[in-house]
Design a protein around this ligand. Structure first.
Ligand code: C5P
Length: 240
């Protein structure tokens, strides 16, 4: 990353908690933000909400002073990705995801320039295993591909990567000390895993070296969302 970019490393335990607003409407998302204000570091607006007014809502959150993660997973021709990133910067986003193809990441970095936004490379979706990748025409091992793409993300000047918490240990060295490692697939002990297969608890993920934890349903589906978020932050704090 250019020396002029700010560090995107988290400072507090709360900073490290990313809450995905994976709900059908902006009204529901707004209610979740109201309930969890101050105990969540970053709100993530992903594909579901983007198709239901999520983009103006993401800008609204940023204007209110929240850190916002726009999970758009960009992949297109270089010029389009570069121009998309230029516009996303104007929205005041803190994190933005790009599929970790080397060319695509270089285009995104050209669009970012020295703007204070952390571009995150999505190495290989954690829902994909070696069989799924083979079906898609990739014959190598998924773990090797994740490593290759992590090295490419660093070389391109990305701010970090999204990866499985189980990969953090081996990726830190390849990613270097400055890139942030963002990990979904986190489940507090005793909570329902849902469709996540390769999971770690918040404490385990922090101990493994994750910088940021994406934790959705265990918080958004809790009867008391604020208490659920506070419990996760306490577990992060204890693991630091
Ligand atoms: O509810 P849950 O904690 O499973 O939410 C995880 C979030 O992280 C979702 O928004 C999902 O889209 C996202 N994510 C993921 N695995 C990836 C990349 C993103 O679960 N590899």
């Amino acid at each position: 990353m250019p020396a002029t970019l700010p560090s995107f490393k988290p400072e507090t335990a709360t900073d490290r908690l990313i809450l995905p607003l994976d709900v059908a409407t902006v009204e529901e998302a707004r209610a979740i933000v109201q309930e969890t204000k101050g105990v969540v570091g970053v709100y993530k607006v992903g594909m579901q909400l983007q198709f239901a007014g999520g983009l103006p809502f993401a800008e609204e959150l940023a204007r209110e002073g929240h850190r916002v993660f726009l999970d758009v997973k960009l992949l297109d021709i270089d010029n389009t990705v570069q121009k998309a990133v230029e516009n996303i910067i104007r929205m005041g986003m803190h994190f933005v995801t790009i599929h970790a193809y080397p060319k695509t990441m270089r285009a995104a970095v050209a669009g970012r320039g020295e703007a204070p936004v952390c571009l995150l490379g999505v190495t290989v979706l954690t829902s994909m295993d070696t069989e799924d990748m083979k079906a898609a025409g990739y014959n190598g091992d998924v773990e090797e591909l994740v490593k290759t793409r992590t090295i490419a993300a660093r070389a391109a000047g990305m701010g970090g990567i999204v990866c499985s918490p189980l990969e953090v240990g081996q990726l830190r060295e390849l990613a270097g000390p400055d890139m942030v490692l963002v990990t979904p697939g986190i489940r507090p002990a005793g909570s329902d895993a849902g469709d996540q297969k390769r999971i770690m608890t918040p404490g385990e993920a922090i101990a493994a070296g994750s910088d940021y934890l994406v934790i959705g349903r265990p918080i958004t589906q809790a009867a008391d969302r604020r208490a659920a978020a506070q419990a996760v932050v306490a577990e992060i704090e204890a693991a630091l």
